[in-house]
Design a protein around this ligand. Structure first.
Ligand SMILES: NC(=O)c1ccc[n+]([C@@H]2O[C@H](COP(=O)([O-])OP(=O)(O)OC[C@H]3O[C@@H](n4cnc5c(N)ncnc54)[C@H](O)[C@@H]3O)[C@@H](O)[C@H]2O)c1
Length: 307
């Protein structure tokens, strides 16, 4: 297949690109390198440095003849969205529409979208929750992800463009940015390796559903199959709090540093954990890497990356 991957220089997008290429697909990447890195870009992909908001993106679609859009590019920091909702919406809603309009114009058959199980539901009333749980996002980022899902439904109904919205849990693994605000495992692992004190925001009892990158990549591979359509949680159904992450990373890195807590951050829900039964029962996808194995692989990567 001929696939356009936005955000292919980023953490998740670059792993997806690698796998699509390995499977023999042709891949074009669009990325503005705002958080993505040149070294993540697979040399066998065509790379276009461009913002998804750029009107001249239509030229890339006109030349590309793409079968599938894998839309991974986003402003992906919940706290940035809280501080600057307009910036978030310009990138994550208007930028997406720029892509979807071109999909319509140039006959793209399917859109695979990186949604977010951690934010579209808001404060949950069921643990874990499935895809039918009420969606009450408590951050502009979550509102943006949900809005994209509504637009994708619209493009399917009116223009018959297939879509798969993958509501990822909190993804972790090699290549995640350890210097940003999001991605607690990458941030803490990198700090502990460098004997730099990680700060746990608030009481550290906030929970998330952490999923290893290779399981997310596998979900994206399955999404290329024609019968895979609709909205799916791509999660583990397991809830882990930040204090536990700190302890596991402390053990793995053999660090002497102790828990240190700072003020809690706004716009963050307390608990998030989602079931993956729908994807499993319909298409037999399920997460294969345990939290501990994922942590091992991630810490090993950051040890190597630090030389
Ligand atoms: N990491 C997670 O835990 C997680 C969870 C749920 C959903 N997601 C979603 O998965 C996708 C990938 O996230 P990630 O963790 O790899 O983040 P990332 O920041 O590593 O990757 C995002 C990529 O998009 C690019 N980008 C950002 N804005 C752009 C724009 N306007 N135009 C072109 N390129 C742009 C960045 O340069 C970067 O390469 C995002 O859509 C994110 O919202 C991530």
């Amino acid at each position: 297949m001929n696939i356009l991957v936005t955000g292919g220089a980023g953490f998740i997008g670059s792993h997806i690109v690698d796998k699509y290429l390995e499977l023999g697909h042709t891949v074009t990447i669009i990325d503005n390198l705002s958080t993505g890195k040149k070294e993540n870009i697979n040399p066998n992909a065509n790379f276009v440095e461009m913002d998804i908001k750029d009107e001249s993106i239509s030229k890339v679609f006109a030349d590309g003849n793409f079968d599938v859009l894998s839309h991974q590019a986003a402003q992906m920091d919940v706290r940035v969205s809280v501080n600057d909702p307009k910036f978030d919406a310009q990138n994550n809603i208007i930028g997406s529409l720029n892509l979807y309009e071109n999909c319509k114009k140039y006959g793209v058959k399917k859109i695979i979208f990186a949604s977010s199980g951690g934010t579209v539901y808001g404060e949950q009333s069921e643990f874990p929750c499935d895809e039918n749980h009420a969606t009450n996002p408590v951050s502009p980022y979550g509102i943006g992800k949900l809005t994209n899902e509504y637009y994708l439904y619209y493009y399917k109904q009116i223009y018959d463009i297939d879509y798969v919205a993958l509501r990822y849990g909190n993804v972790f693994g090699p290549r995640q940015n350890p210097n940003g605000e999001a991605g607690v495992i990458a941030i803490f692992a990198n700090k502990l390796i460098n004997n730099d004190q990680p700060i746990i925001n608030g009481d550290g009892l906030i929970t998330r559903d952490y999923i290893f990158i290779s399981d997310v990549v596998e979900a994206n591979m399955r999404s290329l199959e024609s019968e895979v359509n609709g909205i799916y949680n791509v999660t583990t159904g397991i809830e882990t709090n930040v204090n536990h992450i700190f302890q596991v990373l402390k053990d793995k890195t053999k660090s002497d540093l102790e828990e240190n807590h700072g003020p809690a951050k706004m716009g963050e829900q307390r608990r998030s954990v989602c079931s993956f039964d729908k994807f499993k029962s319909k298409h037999n996808w399920y997460p294969k890497v345990s939290f501990i194995d994922g942590i091992d692989k991630t810490v090993d990567y950051f040890i190597k990356a630090n030389g």
